[in-house]
Design a protein around this ligand. Structure first.
Ligand code: EPS
Length: 374
C-alpha cells in the first residue's frame, strides 16, 4: 500500500473497534449503510460461532465525510462491540496454532488474553469497513470484486467459473450458505462443517477472489517492490489463518510445461484488439494487471480454538494441561473470502490512485478518461 495509510485498533471484547484510512480522494459517495452491508456479509456463512448472533456490526462514521461524500481528509470509523467483557478469567494455557503463545512470549504477557484479545479475527471487521471506500472507488471505474469458496474440509467445488458473468457468480454465491457456486458441493461442505463440529473440531479451506473490469497497467515490472503480486500477496497473507496463496493457477503451474501454462495471444480483428482464450496468469503478468480478470486464491487453516482441545502446557504451573475451550467458529472460510475481497480492493484502489492520481474523484475521472484515449 503506497497511497493509503490505514490503522486499526481495538480488542475483541473491548468497547469498540476503531480505524482510520488516509489518502482517499474527495467527492467519493460513502454512507454508513454501504459499510454495514459489507459488515453483514463478513458476519455470515455456515459454521460461524455464537459471537455472530450477539453482534450486529454497524459502523459509525466519525470523520472524513460530509453530506455523504469524502472530504479528502482521513476517514475515521467506529464499530461498537456488543459483547464487551471486563472480568474474563486469566488464561495461562496456550491453544496450539493460535497467537496465544508466540504473542505472549513476545510481549511478556502472563495472561494470554492480553494477546488473544487483539489477535482475534474480530479485528477484520474494521479492515472490511475501511475497505468500503476502496470498493466504491473501484466500482466508480467499472471494477467489481467478488469471492467464492472453493473448498472446505477437503470438500471441493469443481466448477470452472471462467465463463460466468459477475452477476450470475454473485447470485449463486449469495444463495449458498458456504458462499460456493455449486449447491451440491455446498451441501458436502456444510456436511464437513457439521461433522467437524460434532467431533469438537474445526475445518479450513480455500477461497478465491475475482476482480473484473480492472484497467491494464496497475502495478509495475520496473522494480520488485512495485509488483502488484507482492502487494496482494502481503495483504492476503496478513489475514488471520491464511497459510498459502496463489495467483491464477499458481500451485498447479509448477508441475506443468510452459506451453501448458502461458496464455497465448490472439488478434481479434472484429474488435481490433488483443485477446486471450485462457487466463492462467490470473490477470497479472510482470507484476502488472493485464486487463484480464484478477484471480487470487488463499488457503485458510482450520481455526485453532477446538471444543475437543489438543494437549498443551500450563505456562504458570509448568505442566501438561489441555488447551482451553474458547468460544469460536467451526469454520470461517466464507467470511475469510469476504474479508479478502476487501483487502484486495484496498490494494487495487491504492494502485489505481498511484497510477492515475487526483485529489478528487472528478480529477481522478479526468485522468482515467485521458488514459483511455492515450
Ligand atoms: C470473530 C470474533 C471472535 C471469534 C472469531 C471471529 O469472537 P469471540 O472470541 O468472542 O467468540 O468468534 O475469532 C477467531 C476465530 C479467532 O481465532 O480469534 C469475528 O468477529 O470474526
Amino acid at each position: 500500500m503506497r497511497v493509503f495509510r490505514l490503522l486499526t485498533a481495538g480488542e475483541s471484547h473491548g468497547p469498540a473497534l476503531c480505524g482510520i484510512i488516509e489518502g482517499l480522494p474527495a467527492g467519493l459517495k460513502v454512507s454508513a449503510e454501504d459499510i454495514d452491508r459489507q459488515l453483514a456479509r463478513r458476519q455470515a456463512g455456515y459454521g460461524r460461532g455464537a459471537r455472530m448472533s450477539i453482534e450486529t456490526d454497524r459502523a459509525q462514521i466519525l470523520a472524513g465525510v460530509r453530506g455523504g461524500r469524502t472530504l479528502g481528509s482521513p476517514l475515521a470509523l467506529l464499530i461498537p462491540n456488543k459483547d464487551r467483557q471486563k472480568d474474563m478469567p486469566v488464561l495461562t494455557v496456550p491453544r496450539p496454532g493460535h497467537a496465544d503463545l508466540a504473542g505472549s512470549l513476545k510481549y511478556g504477557h502472563a495472561d494470554l488474553r492480553d494477546t488473544l484479545e487483539r489477535a482475534s479475527a474480530r479485528e477484520t471487521a474494521m479492515r472490511v469497513a475501511l475497505a468500503v471506500p476502496a470498493r466504491l472507488l473501484l466500482a466508480e471505474f467499472g471494477a467489481r470484486v467478488s469471492s467464492r469458496v472453493v473448498s472446505i474440509g477437503g470438500e471441493t467445488d469443481g466448477t470452472d467459473p471462467s465463463g460466468l458473468s459477475p452477476a450470475r457468480w454473485e447470485r449463486l454465491v449469495d444463495a449458498s450458505p458456504v458462499r460456493c457456486l455449486d449447491p451440491g458441493a455446498g451441501r458436502r461442505m456444510t456436511g464437513a462443517i457439521d461433522a467437524a463440529k460434532a467431533a469438537g473440531d474445526t475445518v479450513g479451506g480455500v477461497f478465491e477472489v475475482r476482480v473484473w473490469g480492472l484497467p491494464p497497467g496497475l502495478g509495475s515490472h520496473v522494480h520488485w517492490d512495485r509488483r502488484l503480486d507482492g502487494d496482494l500477496g502481503a495483504a492476503l497473507m496478513a489475514l488471520n489463518g491464511i497459510k498459502a496463496m496463489e495467483i491464477g493457477s499458481g500451485w498447479g503451474d509448477a508441475g506443468l510445461r510452459g506451453s501448458e501454462v502461458h496464455d497465448a495471444l490472439f488478434w481479434d480483428k472484429s474488435r481490433s484488439r488483443l485477446t486471450r482464450k485462457t487466463n492462467r496468469a490470473g490477470g497479472l503478468e510482470g507484476g502488472t494487471t493485464n486487463g484480464e480478470a484478477l484471480v487470487l486464491r488463499a488457503a485458510m487453516k482450520p481455526l485453532a480454538s477446538l471444543a475437543k482441545p489438543l494437549v498443551s502446557v500450563d505456562l504458570r504451573k509448568r505442566r501438561a494441561a489441555p488447551a482451553p475451550v474458547i468460544r469460536s467458529d467451526v469454520c470461517a472460510v466464507p467470511a475469510a473470502g469476504v474479508i479478502a475481497e476487501s483487502l484486495a480492493a484496498l490494494e487495487l484502489a491504492d494502485a489505481f490512485l498511484l497510477k492515475l492520481g487526483g485529489d478528487s474523484i472528478k480529477e481522478l475521472r479526468s485522468h482515467y478518461e485521458a488514459s483511455l484515449k492515450g
